[in-house]
Design a protein around this ligand. Structure first.
Ligand SMILES: Nc1nc2c(c(=O)[nH]1)N[C@H]1C(S)=C(S)[C@@H](COP(=O)(O)O)O[C@H]1N2
Ligand SMILES: [Mo]
Length: 230
């Protein structure tokens, strides 16, 4: 009964959030561009499978800041705070008790490789957002990694249904080098928008630049516009 109430509340909050951002989301380039650049069959959100300037790789290269933090599950915590009604701090068990989804999506790195059809398991960003209830003033989020990394993303991008916080990839627990125990993925944006070793999601009432964005990477990061650097 209590679990059902909780689920109902999440669903209600999620529907509210969704309706707030539906129009903005539908207008984002990866859903709305009529001349997207790339090649291959059309993917599920209507874009050519391989974005302009990308090469498909079967390998999964590793990109980091030269340091791969080790976070034991019993020490792991995720804070979701900022411009929200109900900030939370989740322990691993709390996170794993949230609705888990499986999804398969593509991973496009700004350094020109793309890894297609990666099977993921995790929690939708949208569901996590519904839990904390972003204030009307919230427009963006900053995601922080345990390694000091940060990256900013608009809510109309973050709330897309393929944006997940994942703990499993290719049927295996996410390895430390790829951001385990938990990372974010942003299949409709370049992959630097997904923080590895994620520890905090801060809702913002305006845009702010993350680690690479401060160093000349694009704010928006649209793969089908070759939108790499600003
Ligand atoms: N915490 C953290 N997240 C990060 C990075 C990082 O250095 N630290 N690098 C970003 C970049 S530039 C890319 S392309 C992807 C790479 O993910 P991968 O190493 O699993 O391929 O993670 C992104 N997320
Ligand atoms: Mo990257």
């Amino acid at each position: 009964m209590e679990a059902n109430d909780k689920l109902d509340r999440i669903i209600e909050a999620r529907m509210k959030l969704k309706s707030r951002f539906d129009q903005k989301m539908a207008n984002t380039p990866s859903l709305a561009d009529d001349a997207p650049r790339g090649k291959g069959p059309t993917n599920r959100h209507g874009m050519p499978q391989v974005p302009v300037g990308q090469t498909v790789t079967a390998k999964w290269p590793v990109l980091d800041l030269g340091y791969q933090p080790h976070i034991p599950l019993d020490k792991w915590q995720l804070s979701v705070d900022g411009e929200v009604e109900a900030p939370i701090r989740l322990k691993w068990e709390d996170f794993m008790a949230l609705p888990q989804v499986e999804d398969t999506s593509d991973f496009h790195c700004v350094t020109t490789w793309s890894r297609l059809d990666v099977p993921w398991v995790g929690v939708r960003f949208m569901d996590l957002a519904a839990l904390v209830m972003p204030k009307a003033s919230a427009t963006h989020v900053m995601c922080y990694g345990f390694d000091g990394y940060s990256t900013n993303i608009s809510l109309e991008e973050a709330l897309k249904p393929d944006v997940l916080l994942v703990h499993t990839a290719d049927g295996q627990p996410l390895t430390r080098e790829h951001g385990g125990p938990l990372r974010m993925i942003t299949p409709q944006l370049y992959a630097w928008k997904g923080a590895k070793w994620i520890k905090r999601i801060e809702f913002l009432n305006g845009n702010r630049l993350g680690f690479w964005e401060e160093r000349g990477y694009s704010n928006t990061a649209y793969p089908w516009r070759n939108d790499r650097y600003s």
